[in-house]
Design a protein around this ligand. Structure first.
Ligand SMILES: Cc1ncc(COP(=O)(O)O)c(C=O)c1O
Length: 377
């Protein structure tokens, strides 16, 4: 069959790291993969147990989430962030990547006259990919004030993300909500790192009210459950209702046992407190390792990434050096948009002793990592 004329999926960004991965793997002790933000630590035992003994595998699970799932999500938002949403303003998604990638399609069905997805210039690539997969325009913005009226008038949605992947910034969510309300553009706020903030408490856009906004949440990072695929979106009642109805027709369902496990995960904060301390320790270790080779990086305000300006702006050179000398695989910033091309992103998602190994290889004085801790189980 001849090649299609239309869209060709680009190479998956992380596949472009294969050479770096091989180089890192050639060091004694092997590669330490700090490229993809995938958790390595265990979820709580009660959550894993619920996957096996819920009895929820026989029938089809509700697409919007069981009443218990939606109540647990709403309960978590109230307990941790002081916002009240009715469980009817909450619906399940199968992890959040599928939601991010597919929501432009459904917003376009709802508002056929619009065709544009606005997304931050340095960001998680799926915001732009969702527009592309829908045949829409993906328009990057540096800041809200710089968005052209002509683009805002065509916008299906504005994406914001805080804490920001990859930069670790925290952004002004109430300002984003106000921008969207003034222009009649739904604001979708990706808050999957909300539990990991290093500069004050986690903030949700819902604190500024739910009118015209939808917060998107995941258990992947909060509870180390990326393999189970559980998330939810919550906020503006009519938007959540519309999206949950079309998604029901499209057959999106969080598996029943995963819904049961998610209820247990949303109900527990102790495991998140532990995880927060792990990431805090690992960020400090990795910062010390970079300092040992003369590379300074600012402390992130949230999330579990270091966003490092590469010497001379050459991100691939820094990634190559970290692979060759430290055995660490990191992501060049261009994966998160052309504006990120002078940086690398380092995800501290390996056990403490693996990150300490990178630090040792890079010549960090051992006094800088006395608390490398026991191997993760
Ligand atoms: C900013 C951001 N949003 C969404 C996701 C998707 O996470 P999941 O699909 O596991 O919920 C990720 C994963 O890395 C992310 O970094």
């Amino acid at each position: 069959m001849s090649e299609p004329e239309g869209f060709h999926p680009p190479p998956y960004p992380y596949d472009r790291l294969d050479d770096l991965r091989k180089q890192a793997a050639s060091l004694p002790g092997g590669a330490v993969d700090l490229s993809i933000g995938t958790p390595c630590d265990p979820p709580p035992a009660a959550v894993v147990a619920a996957l096996g003994d819920s009895g929820a595998e026989r029938g089809y699970p509700p697409s919007t989430g069981t009443a218990a799932y939606r109540a647990a999500a709403a309960g978590w938002l109230a307990r941790r962030f002081g916002v009240t949403v009715d469980p009817d303003q909450v619906a399940a998604c199968v992890g959040t990547k599928e939601f991010v990638a597919s929501v432009p399609q459904y917003l376009r069905l709802r508002t056929p006259g619009r065709d544009t997805v606005l997304y931050p210039a340095i960001s998680y690539p799926t915001y732009a990919m969702g527009a592309t997969l829908t045949g829409c325009r993906a328009v990057a913005y540096d800041d809200l004030a710089g968005i052209a009226d002509a683009d805002a008038d065509r916008a299906l949605c504005l994406w914001v993300n805080s804490p920001v992947n990859p930069t670790g910034d925290l952004i002004d969510l109430p300002a984003a909500a106000a921008w969207g309300r003034e222009r009649g553009v739904p604001v979708l706020s990706d808050e999957c790192y909300i539990e990991f903030t290093w500069d004050g408490p986690g903030r949700t856009i819902l604190a500024a009210g739910s009118d015209g906004v939808v917060a998107v949440h995941s258990l992947s990072k909060r509870s180390n459950l990326a393999g189970a695929r559980a998330g939810f979106y919550a906020g503006d009642e009519s938007l959540v209702h519309y999206l949950s109805e079309v998604r029901k027709h499209a057959g999106f369902m969080v598996p029943g046992p995963v819904q049961a496990a998610a209820v247990a995960a949303f109900g527990d904060d102790a495991h998140v407190d532990e995880q927060r301390e792990r990431y805090r320790r690992r960020l400090a270790l990795m910062t010390a390792a970079l300092a040992a080779i003369g590379v300074a990086c600012p402390a992130p305000r949230g999330a579990f990434y270091l966003w490092v300006l590469a010497p001379g702006g050459d991100a691939w050179a820094l990634a190559g050096r970290l692979a060759a000398e430290g055995g660490a695989v990191v992501s060049p910033g261009e994966f998160y948009g052309p504006a990120g091309s002078g940086h690398v992103r380092i995800a501290v998602v390996q056990p403490d002793e693996r990150i300490a190994l990178v630090a040792q290889r890079l010549g960090t004085p051992t006094g800088d990592f006395p608390h490398a801790g026991p191997p993760a189980t």
